[in-house]
Write a protein of this length. Structure first.
Length: 377
C-alpha cells in the first residue's frame, strides 16, 4: 500500500511519517506547491497525509476523491475554521480534545481525538554537558501580530482587553477569551486587525479565530515572561529562543541562548537540564503539547502547567509534575532541585511511559484503523 505525505507543514512530521513506514506503509513525500489532482490520481495513493490541516490540500484531495488524513499537532490552527473542513474527504485527527468536540459539531464523525507522541530516543547517544538547574526551550510567543494594533483601540476596549488578559493569565482550565468577548469589543477589533485574519473563515467563527490567533498569543506571551522572570530571579534559568533582544529585556536574570536549536540537539538540552519547563500555548484548551512528550522521551524531567488531558495520559508525580500557579511553580522547582533521587526516578518513569504507550507508530496505527478498518468505522 502506498500513500503520500505532504511535508513542510508541522511539528514532528518526520517522526510521524517514519511511524507510517514502521507500520508497513510505503510513504512518498512531496511539498504542497505544485501538487495537483492529476498527480494524486495517477499515483493511485491510498490516502494523502499531512501534519496539521491544510485547506489547499483538502481541496485537491476532494477533487481527486482520495481520503485526506491530517494530524493537528500544533495550536493555534486557523485552518480548522476554514470552510473546507466540511469536505467529505477529510479525516482530521487532533491532539486537543476540546477542539475535537468543537469540530465534531461541524463535521460529525470525521474528527478524532488523538494525543501526540514522540519518536524513541536512544539516550546513550545524548551528549553529556554541564547540567543546568532550570531550562525552557521555546518562544516567548511574540508572533501574535505585535502590539501596534492595540494603540488604535479606544480606551474602553484597550482597558477591557488588558483586564481580560491579566485575569486569563491567572486562570487555567477555562477559556475567558471566547466566553467573555463582548460584541462591541469584537466589532472594534475586527476593524482594527488586518483583513487577512478573517480570510477563509467560516461565518460564525470569527471570534474563535480572534481568540486563538491573537488574544491567546498575547496571554501566552504575558504568562511566559511573568513566570520566567519569577523563576530566573530565584534559580539558575536558561532560555533557548531565537527572538530579538527586546523580547528578553524584562528578564535580566535569565541566561539567554539565541542560537536556533536543531530538533536533533534538543534531546541533549532536555537530558542535561535538571528541570525542563513547559508552558502550553493558551489556545490549547485541554491537550498535552508536543514538547512534553519530547522532553520525556529524552529522559528529561518535565514541570508543566496543568492541562486536563495530562491525567489521561500520565500519572502526575510519577511520570512528570505540574503547576497551577506561580507560587506552586516556584515551590516545586525548589523541591525537585533538593530531591534529586525523586526527580531522576520520575524522569526515567516518564521516559519509559512515552516509549511504551506514546510512540508515533501506535498513533499512526490508530489513524489507519480509524479510517480503513471495519472495526474503526
Amino acid at each position: 500500500m502506498k500513500a503520500l505525505a505532504c511535508i513542510g507543514m508541522g511539528k514532528s512530521e518526520a517522526a510521524i511519517v517514519d511511524g507510517f513506514r514502521m507500520a508497513g506503509l510505503e510513504m512518498e513525500e512531496t511539498a504542497l506547491a505544485g501538487l495537483t489532482e492529476k498527480n494524486i490520481k495517477e499515483s493511485d495513493y491510498l490516502f494523502v497525509f499531512s501534519a496539521n490541516y491544510s485547506p489547499a490540500l483538502s481541496a485537491v484531495c476532494q477533487k481527486a476523491l482520495v481520503p485526506y488524513l491530517s494530524y493537528v499537532t500544533e495550536m493555534p490552527a486557523k485552518a480548522l475554521y476554514d470552510e473546507t473542513v466540511k469536505n467529505p474527504c477529510n479525516y482530521i485527527f487532533c491532539f486537543d480534545a476540546a477542539m475535537c468536540t468543537e469540530l465534531d459539531q461541524r463535521i460529525p464523525g470525521r474528527c478524532f481525538h488523538l494525543p501526540l507522541g514522540a519518536a524513541e530516543v536512544d539516550v546513550s547517544e545524548c551528549k553529556a554537558g554541564d547540567p543546568v538547574d532550570v531550562c525552557f526551550v521555546g518562544s516567548l510567543c511574540q508572533d501574535h501580530g505585535g502590539d501596534d494594533w492595540i494603540e488604535g483601540l479606544s480606551d474602553f476596549t484597550r482597558g477591557y482587553l488588558e483586564s481580560l488578559w491579566k485575569t486569563q493569565v491567572r486562570i487555567y482550565g477555562y477559556d475567558l477569551l471566547k466566553a467573555a468577548m463582548k460584541q462591541e469589543v469584537f466589532d472594534e477589533l475586527e476593524k482594527q486587525l488586518p483583513s487577512e485574519l478573517w480570510s477563509g473563515v467560516e461565518a460564525g467563527f470569527e471570534k474563535h479565530v480572534l481568540a486563538d490567533m491573537v488574544l491567546a498569543g498575547k496571554v501566552t506571551e504575558m504568562e511566559r515572561k511573568q513566570l520566567l522572570k519569577a523563576v530566573s530571579e530565584q534559580f539558575e534559568t536558561h532560555l533557548y529562543m531565537t527572538e530579538d533582544a527586546e523580547a528578553v529585556s524584562e528578564l535580566p536574570a535569565i541566561h539567554v541562548h539565541r542560537e536556533a536549536v536543531p530538533s536533533g540537539k534538543k534531546k541533549d538540552i532536555y537530558r542535561n537540564s535538571r528541570i525542563n519547563l513547559c508552558f502550553a500555548h493558551r489556545s490549547i484548551a485541554s491537550g498535552v503539547p508536543q514538547e512534553v512528550y519530547e522532553i520525556m522521551a529524552a529522559g528529561g524531567f518535565v514541570l508543566t502547567n496543568f492541562q486536563q488531558e495530562i491525567t489521561e495520559n500520565f500519572i502526575v508525580g510519577e511520570h512528570l509534575d505540574t503547576f497551577a500557579s506561580e507560587s506552586e511553580l516556584l515551590e516545586k522547582i525548589a523541591y525537585y532541585l533538593e530531591h534529586e533521587d525523586e526527580r531522576v526516578r520520575i524522569a526515567e518513569a516518564g521516559r519509559q511511559a512515552v516509549r511504551e504507550y506514546h510512540s508515533y507508530v501506535s498513533r499512526v496505527v490508530a489513524m489507519f484503523n480509524t479510517v480503513f478498518s471495519e472495526e474503526g468505522k
